[in-house]
Design a protein around this ligand. Structure first.
Ligand code: NAD
Ligand code: TDX
Length: 328
């Protein structure tokens, strides 16, 4: 199995789970080690994994690695909406050109591909509705990040239809858990509180996200790889929807702070209001269901960041300096 982006947040958790659950699978990780990736995320499994430091846009490197694998699981991406608003160009390169480079190698060598994507490709839903995204929802991305992920999904779909590439796609809701970069909502606020700073809420904080533990996401990915139908898309999500304000209040309470002890900061431009995935297909066809309770998962995540300051501290000041420039 070749795992792109296996040194990032979801990819490294996926590699940990794969090595533990499927010890006979030989795992190779291809990762460019951008600001978001670290070899330390794979320290616990370094003996069981082959690590290749390289770029998914490097066609010659990718060709050799894909030739020698059975299954390619493609996590590598530029993943942060705020960064994409500030400078879209690496998103176009990695998310679109990188995916193109991979699917061309997959086509040449006739290998199985699972492409990891996001619910953000569908745009957003009104706050006061019960509407959900389904596998049939039309794409309507809002940010450079989601537009680049939508483009990558479209490429995979076209390669399935026109070239018969054996691929599946999943679009997951927001993830949380260990090893998530401190730029993202939950780790940013936990580490702010640990440093005696306050959480930062964008705008009024009414925007709603569907929070899925990274282990539940990766369990769905394993099911799709083993039992998913070629050419199909599967939505993944816990069903646990919360506003950003609720998340920050819950997090402050769990960290023994006043629930109102946060700062309002200017809103994100084009800020998507609400995401919600209908996961009936994944549950019915592949028997998946989430196992994490959000409050327990959030408490465990807080404990992980409390216990691993040497993991997150090196990236923290640079990340906050970037936010300061953006006024957020
Ligand atoms: P991340 O930013 O934590 O990790 C991305 C990894 O990809 C890093 O290790 C980075 O070094 C690597 N990478 C970046 N550019 C590369 C390149 N050109 N070549 C090789 N490696 C490169 O991201 P994440 O949050 O773990 O997201 C992983 C995937 O899941 C992405 O495709 C993302 O769109 C998708 N996704 C994320 C979420 C979420 O909530 N984080 C939700 C749904 C889908
Ligand atoms: O400091 C903050 N304050 C705040 O209110 C940050 C960093 C975020 N927010 C808000 C913006 C979003 O409404 O919290 C929400 C979550 O923000 P992010 O963690 O940046 O995630 P989001 O933009 O929803 O995108 C995430 O989920 C889908 C991942 O980053 C994507 O990679 C994934 O595709």
């Amino acid at each position: 199995m070749l795992v792109t982006g296996g040194a990032g947040f979801i990819g490294s958790n996926f590699v940990h789970d794969t090595v533990r659950r499927f010890p006979d699978v030989a795992v190779t990780v291809l990762d460019a080690l951008t600001y978001a990736g670290s070899r330390r995320n794979l320290d616990q499994v370094s003996d069981q994994v082959t690590f290749v430091h390289g770029d998914i846009c490097d066609a010659a490197l990718v060709d050799g690695l894909v030739r020698d694998t059975d299954v390619l699981v493609h996590f590598a991406a530029e993943s942060h909406v705020d960064n994409s608003l500030n400078d879209p160009s690496p998103f176009i390169q990695t998310n679109i050109v990188g995916t193109f480079t991979l699917i061309e190698a997959v086509r040449r060598h006739d290998k199985r591909l699972h492409h990891i994507s996001t619910d953000e490709v569908f745009g957003d839903l009104p706050l006061d509705s019960v509407e959900q995204f389904t596998e049939q929802t039309a794409y309507d991305p809002s940010s450079p990040y989601s537009a680049s992920k939508a483009s990558s999904d479209m490429l995979v779909r076209a390669w399935v239809r026109s070239y018969g590439v054996q691929a599946t796609i999943s679009n997951c809701a927001n993830n949380y858990g260990p090893y998530q970069h401190v730029e993202k909502l939950i780790p940013r606020q936990i580490t702010n509180v640990l440093l005696d700073d306050k959480p930062k809420l964008y705008g009024a904080g009414d925007n709603v996200r569907e929070w899925t533990h990274v282990t539940d996401h990766n369990d769905a990915v394993h099911r799709i790889i083993t039992a998913g139908q070629i050419g199909e898309t599967y939505l993944i999500g816990s069903g646990d929807e919360r506003s950003n304000r609720q998340i920050i209040e819950q997090l402050l309470t769990l960290m023994d702070q006043e629930p109102t002890a946060y700062d309002h900061v200017p809103d994100r431009p084009g800020h998507d209001l609400r995401y919600s995935n209908n996961t009936t297909k994944l549950r019915t066809d592949l028997g998946w269901q989430p196992t994490y309770d959000f409050a327990a998962g959030l408490a465990a995540t807080i404990t992980w960041y409390r216990e691993n300051p040497t993991w997150w501290k090196p990236a923290k000041s640079q990340t906050e300096a970037r936010y300061k420039l953006l006024g957020r």
